[in-house]
Structure formats: C-alpha cells, structure tokens
Design a protein around this ligand. Sequence first.
Ligand SMILES: Nc1nc2c(c(=O)[nH]1)N[C@H]1C(S)=C(S)[C@@H](COP(=O)(O)O)O[C@H]1N2
Ligand SMILES: [Mo]
Length: 263
Amino acid sequence: MSLRSFFRPNRASIARPDQSLMVENRALLERIDRRKLLRGSLSLGALSLLAGCDISNREEVQGVLRTVSDFNDGVQAALFDPKRLAPTYSRDLVVKPPRFNAYYEIDEVKPVDLSTWKLELSGLVKDKRPWTLDRVNALPQQEVIIRHICVEGWDYIGQWSGPNLRDFLTRIGADLSAKYIAFYGNDDYMESIDMASALHPQTILATHYAGEPITDPFGAPMRLRTAVKLGFKNPKWIRAIEVTNTYPLGFWEKQGFNWFAGL
Ligand SMILES: Nc1nc2c(c(=O)[nH]1)N[C@H]1C(S)=C(S)[C@@H](COP(=O)(O)O)O[C@H]1N2
Ligand SMILES: [Mo]
C-alpha cells in the first residue's frame, strides 16, 4: 500500500474501522496526531478510517503508520530551530521534590552508589577518560527552570542545574557533526537525541535539583534535562554517553513513539 492510497479511504473502510488495530498502534497514532504537522490532510480521524482500509493486512497498515511517523521525525528535525528558547519559569512554581516517573514503580529504583559512580564516554569523542562526579561538579553550572512534559499527559516545572551539554561535548572533543548522542541509564534505560537538540542552549547534564544534588529515587547523580524534548527523551541515572552516527533505537521508540519527540 502506498502513502497516497493510504490517504484515500474507500467507502467500505468507513463502515468497518478496526478498533484493535487502533489500540495496538495507539502510540504511533497519538504521536502523529499530536504534532498536527500535516493538519488537514492527516488527522487521527482520517487515520482511523484509513486504518480500516485493509484490515486483513495488519503489517502493511503498521508499516504505513511507521512511515508516517518516521516522516514526522524528519519534518520535526527540519522545523527545529536550534536558537529558539523554550519558556522558563519562576522559582515559586518549582515542584519539590520532582514528580517521579519511570517504566517501573518508585520502590523498584536501585539507588546508584555515588562513591564508585563514573561517567563513561564512547564513540566519536577524542578524550574518553571517564569523569568522576567531583570533576563534573567543578565545571561551570547552568540553571534551567523548565516544564517537563510526559506523553502520558502530565507535566511539572522543575529547577535543574549542571554543566551545559554543548560545553561538555566541546570539552571532551566530541564530533559535533555526528548525528546522535545516546545516554545509558543505570537501569538499562537508553535514549538518544539528535545533535542539534544536544547543542541547544537549554540542554544540560543536570546534577542538581532546586540547588541540591539530585538524590535517589530521582535519577542520581546525573540526568539529561533538555527544554526541547518530551519527558522520555530525558534519561535519568546516566552512567554513559555515546556520540555516534549509527541510529540508536531507544526504549520508547520500541513502543512505537517517535524518535525525534520534540516540543
Ligand atoms: N533511566 C531512566 N530515565 C527515564 C525514565 C526511566 O524509566 N529510566 N523514564 C522517562 C520518562 S517516560 C519520563 S516522563 C521522565 C520522568 O522524569 P521525572 O521522574 O522527573 O518525572 O524520565 C524519563 N527518563
Ligand atoms: Mo514519560
């Protein structure tokens, strides 16, 4: 099925939208609809009708949804303005402690041993020496008070500080023309972002929350905080950073969410 035929429902399809297919591809559909990038030609309503057009071939429909979703990644990347700043907020709006979320429950968090913690570096980086927390804390600090938005439909304002990611990448001799930066969490979580977003002025390696070192269960000792990405693109408990040109598939992309996930 081509994209073109996918956009053109036939009458029969209107009569039998497939609910299970809609449920199965909910993440993809919501992502596609939320951005409203293709307003008019493509809506969740239109997709739901179209999803019914060849229900006998679920893989084909899924393939088309993925194509639209990947297409959105490209459109988002093209529309991204590396200099446009996200809104920031005043300190009295900061939620303390931060609101907790992970792909597991809060009581399952395995606290990180800060005495042995080191930040590992790999990939397209000249100086791969691991970083101790003391060395990270000796770097110039930047504070951002920004809104964290989760695809689950909630948000909160947080006050984060730590080294600016662009400064850090420059310092370690990272190839700033590489495509991706991947972050590996202590809990097996992995996410990656595009270099333009990594170099955005409001993207930091947060080690502090509301002026205090980040403690567990909140992602000690380091988490990515970027004002230009959805919540799931902000890995916590960072133990390793990789600079690469090989597309690194993250935790939530495997569930069908868009990779770019920009705000
Ligand atoms: N290591 C790790 N990082 C993670 C997650 C996770 O499960 N593990 N969940 C992500 C998701 S989906 C969200 S919304 C935010 C939650 O951050 P919070 O605890 O400050 O609300 O962390 C993100 N980073
Ligand atoms: Mo999230």
